[in-house]
Design a binder for this molecule. Structure first.
Ligand SMILES: C[S@@+](CC[C@H](N)C(=O)[O-])C[C@H]1O[C@@H](n2cnc3c(N)ncnc32)[C@H](O)[C@@H]1O
Length: 228
């Protein structure tokens, strides 16, 4: 499928999440918002209600753009950067965000492996990700199947790389994990970056529990009301 043909197949849906408008792309090669998406969304809405007010935000693995769009609705940050390795997800998220006022100047959605395309020492008030947190060894043949498999299956090394990218880039971070993830290794990664980690949301599903971990760099944490 050529690039132009692919974007023609993208639909954009609008829904309301806890009172906030969300637009997201629907395409056969793009991860559809699922329970993990909604759990991360719930934790961001709560953080907003608790006073978090980031003016720069980065998301790794934008997928359909559900979380990116919620971030714009919640905070309308001065800068929003989103990355994904799936071109359809990048195009879909660009489309989803295109109707937000000022989004063309303030947001940039890039085809990129996590944060590898971001200037070396650039940091953001908030970094979020719902990364591929399962380990599945199945082989997939079609283009879409391969792209979708990389949405949920990455393996231990991939999770630690996401954790490191989040901790390097965000003053506050939100990361989705599963009870099937190597939680000790991820918490150890956060510790190595002096990031104070807390589980802020959890939901039981059929065969696993999904979690949202919030991390704050220790100095920032001590200066915030939570660290007093
Ligand atoms: C579980 S989906 C989450 C999508 C969306 N943020 C949500 O919450 O619904 C994970 C996304 O990460 C993307 N992804 C996987 N590995 C990546 C990497 N190394 N860098 C950037 N994005 C990646 C996948 O293509 C997929 O869109």
């Amino acid at each position: 499928m050529g690039d132009r043909e692919a974007t023609r197949d993208i639909l954009v849906r609008t829904v309301v999440h806890s009172g906030f408008h969300v637009r997201y792309a629907v395409h056969p090669c793009v991860y559809e918002p699922e329970e993990d998406t909604f759990l991360l969304a719930d934790s961001l809405v709560k953080a907003c209600k608790n006073g978090l007010k980031p003016s720069s935000v980065i998301e790794f693995g934008v997928g359909s753009g559900y979380i990116s769009s919620l971030v714009l609705s919640l905070w309308n940050p001065a800068l929003f950067v989103g990355t994904d390795i799936n071109w359809y997800a990048v195009e879909g998220t660009r489309l989803s965000l295109s109707t937000y006022r000022g989004s063309t100047e303030r947001s940039s959605i890039v085809l990129c492996n996590r944060d590898t395309c971001i200037r070396e020492h650039a940091t953001f008030d908030l970094a979020v990700s719902n990364p591929p947190y399962l380990l599945v060894n199945d082989e997939f043949a079609g283009e879409c199947d391969k792209l979708l498999a990389r949405s949920w299956s990455g393996g231990d090394k991939c999770l630690i790389e996401f954790c490191a990218s989040l901790c390097r880039r965000g003053r506050v971070i939100f990361m989705v994990l599963s009870s099937l993830s190597p939680l000790d290794e991820v918490f150890e990664c956060m510790k190595q970056f002096d990031c104070q980690a807390n589980i802020v949301e959890r939901r039981k599903l059929f065969f696993e529990e999904i979690l949202v971990v919030m991390g704050e760099h220790v100095l920032d944490y001590k200066n915030s009301s939570r660290g007093n």
